[in-house]
Design a protein around this ligand. Structure first.
Ligand code: N9Y
Ligand code: NI
Length: 184
C-alpha cells in the first residue's frame, strides 16, 4: 500500500526527469504499481480511510511521484456530486489533440509532491484527445474536457519532469489569457 512516506517531494531529482515508456506486455511490477497508485487514490478519497492512514486526498498520481521513472499514472476524478468523471490507470499516455480554448482551476493547483501553496492560475488546454494503454495493453483514444482534462495534463506533466508551478506566471500569477475559462 502506498503511504505519504512513499511519495517523494520537491527537490528529489526523479520529479524532474523524463519518465521512460513502458513496453508490452507489462511486467507484473508495472501492473502492480498501477493498481497500488489507483488504490492510493481510492483510499485517499474516502474520508475515514484517509484519516486512518494519514493520506492527503488526491485525484491523480504519477509513477515518478513514488520514485519510479516510468510513464504510468492513475487518475480518479470525481464530480462534485460524487459521480466519477474519469477513472483509469494510464500506461504511455499521450495527448493527440488539444483545443485552442484554455482552462484553469479557480483554486489554482497543488501537488502531493509539493508541501507548500503556490498561488496563481495554472493555464492548461480545456479539451484533449488522449491516447493511452490500459493494464491489459488495450489502446484507448478518448476525449476529455474541463476538470478531468486538467487532472490528466497535471499527471502527464509529471511524466515529463514538469511541476504545476512551472506554468504560473511570476509577474502576474492571476492574469488569464483570452479564451480561458475558469473551472469550479
Ligand atoms: C495529486 C494532485 C493532482 C491534482 C492537482 C490539480 C489537478 C490535479 C491532487 C494537492 C492537494 C489537493 C489534491 C486534490 C482532491 C480534489 C478533489 C477531490 C478529492 C498528482 N498529484 N491534489 N493536489 N485533491 N481530492 O500531485 O490531487 O486536488 O500528480
Ligand atoms: Ni502532482
Amino acid at each position: 500500500m502506498i503511504l505519504m512516506k512513499d511519495i517523494i517531494r520537491e527537490g528529489n531529482p526523479t520529479l524532474r526527469e523524463t519518465a521512460q515508456k513502458v513496453t508490452f506486455p507489462l511486467t507484473q511490477d508495472e501492473r502492480q504499481l498501477g493498481k497500488d497508485m489507483m488504490k492510493y487514490l481510492e483510499i485517499s478519497q474516502d474520508e475515514d480511510l484517509a484519516a486512518k492512514y494519514h493520506l492527503r486526498a488526491g485525484v491523480g498520481l504519477a509513477a515518478p511521484q513514488v520514485d519510479v521513472s516510468k510513464r504510468i499514472a492513475a487518475v480518479l476524478a470525481p464530480a462534485n456530486d460524487g459521480k466519477i468523471l474519469f477513472k483509469d490507470i494510464l500506461y504511455n499516455p499521450r495527448i493527440l489533440r488539444e483545443s485552442v480554448k484554455h482552462a484553469a482551476l479557480n483554486e489554482g493547483e497543488g501537488c502531493l509532491s509539493v508541501n507548500r501553496n503556490v498561488p496563481g492560475f495554472v493555464v492548461r488546454v480545456d479539451r484533449i484527445t488522449l491516447e493511452y494503454f490500459d493494464i491489459t495493453g488495450q489502446r484507448h483514444e478518448i476525449k476529455l474536457k474541463d476538470y478531468p482534462a486538467i487532472v490528466v495534463q497535471h499527471e502527464l506533466d509529471h511524466l515529463n519532469g514538469v511541476l504545476f508551478y512551472d506554468h504560473i506566471s511570476k509577474e502576474s500569477p492571476f492574469k488569464l489569457p483570452e479564451n480561458t475559462i475558469v473551472i469550479e
